[in-house]
Design a protein around this ligand. Structure first.
Ligand code: HDL
Ligand code: ZN
Length: 412
């Protein structure tokens, strides 16, 4: 029995008709001044492209020398090396630039960035933001907000006009990772914490979380953790997650997002491109979800080898919501595999993707490329369901896409 409508077209229409909720990005509205990043020089110096360029730099240029250059100079080097040189821009990040330029009506096969720069310099941030969100199909963006960032913290204290399409997320890395490193900064912010972890320090840190969730109207709290993050453990980070983050998430009724598997700065000379990955022991997630059954956990793992077991663990604990194909997984071949196994093991109870965009214009490619891969997986699963005898309707497909790309019943 096949459906009486074209399933692939119905899936495409469902995506066309529903504004995407992008639940993890590093984007900021232009009202946040220097944190708002857009345009060719930001796009081309994206750390994915800097890392890829470092593999093909001219023989007479070291990465150290590249690092000393201005952003436009770096963009010119990257453009010449990856887009004008003697290789095709076939990587996902490289192809993304081509997609962005085509979407903006610019020819991507050019010798330099002058046309792109001229085009972009004529844009005003509000109109450009509206255009990019419209063209990418994104209706809501969740940010990554760090009160301890020297640029961002004062903005929240001084106030700024908030764009309702940009939702705040309290990012905890700088407050909790490498304890007691953050102690001095937290004390300077008025939190009476000490290096030795005590109930008083836990209480003060919970106050930090409440204060900043209130100030930002944070929709969830997020932290990235290394592959050796263990639970249970006497490690400081584990004690802080257990005694500070999870209880606060439970008290506020907001998710605790954990992004696990990143090994920071394996090659420091690449700067923000120097991070890598490792496989996590997912038994730790079983232990956390069992100890905190009332906390909704948004989980994304960086190792491809963790993906199937994340699906199985989510079957065991309803408070685990897998989300996105993060970072090194955000490539068509891996997105296809992960999305298929998530459908097969979790039905529609997962959040298929987030962009992780850092530069506004990246939305124009990150979502286009993702949906090019994800939509056919949706169609394939609906075809199989229809073939099995389920009288599928177009409304069913629209409802599922709206749920899965609308925050997954965990975020609204
Ligand atoms: O920690 C994170 O949120 C990661 O997404 C990092 O920002 C990483 O550098 C990145 O940009 N991934 O796409
Ligand atoms: Zn990120």
């Amino acid at each position: 029995m096949s459906s009486n409508f074209n399933i692939a077209e119905a899936v495409e229409n469902a995506f066309q008709n529903h504004a995407i909720v992008d639940i993890h990005t590093h984007l900021y509205p232009h009202q946040m001044g220097p944190l708002y990043l857009a345009g060719p020089d930001e796009l081309i110096t994206y750390h994915y492209l800097k890392a890829e360029c470092s593999r093909q730099l001219p023989a007479d240029m070291s990465v150290d020398a590249f690092n000393t250059m201005s952003k436009p100079e770096q963009a010119d080097i990257i453009w010449k090396t990856l887009f004008v040189g003697n290789s095709s821009p076939v990587s996902e990040a490289q192809r993304g630039i081509v997609t962005v330029m085509k979407c903006l009506g610019l020819s991507p096969r050019v010798d330099d960035l002058s046309e792109f720069r001229t085009f972009y310099n004529d844009q005003n941030p509000e109109d450009y933001t509206n255009m990019v969100l419209k063209e990418s199909g994104v209706g809501k963006v969740y940010m990554t907000n760090d009160p301890m960032d020297d640029t961002e913290g004062p903005m929240w204290n001084n106030g700024f006009e908030m764009d309702p399409r940009f939702k705040a997320v309290l990012r905890l890395d700088s407050a909790l990772i490498h304890w007691p490193g953050p102690v001095e900064n937290l004390q300077a912010m008025g939190y009476d914490v000490e290096a030795d972890l005590s109930e008083k320090t836990y209480s003060e840190l919970r106050r930090y979380l409440h204060d900043w969730c209130d100030k930002m109207d944070a929709q969830y709290m997020a932290i990235s953790l290394p592959p050796d993050f263990a639970y249970p453990s006497e490690d400081s980070i584990t004690q802080l997650m257990k005694n500070v983050v999870y209880p606060t998430a439970q008290e506020r009724g907001i998710p605790s997002a954990m992004m696990i598997g990143v090994t920071r700065q394996v090659n420091p000379v690449l700067r923000d491109g120097g991070d890598s990955l490792g496989k996590w022991n997912i038994t730790c997630l079983e232990n956390i979800a069992r100890d905190f059954p009332d906390v909704p956990f948004l989980i994304t793992l960086l190792s491809r080898e963790n993906q199937h077991e994340l699906c199985v663990t989510a079957r065991k604990f309803p408070n685990i919501m897998p989300f996105g194909c993060w970072w090194f997984l955000n490539n068509p071949s891996v997105i296809q595999e992960i999305t298929s196994e998530r459908f097969e093991l979790l039905g529609t109870s997962f959040i298929p993707q987030h962009s992780d965009a850092r530069i506004l214009d990246q939305l124009l490619y990150k979502w286009t490329h993702s949906i090019q891969v994800i939509a056919p997986v949706f169609a394939q699963k609906y075809e199989a369901l229809s073939q099995a005898g389920w009288p599928l309707t177009e409304a069913d497909i629209q409802r599922d896409v709206a749920t899965m790309f609308g925050g997954g019943n965990v975020l609204n």
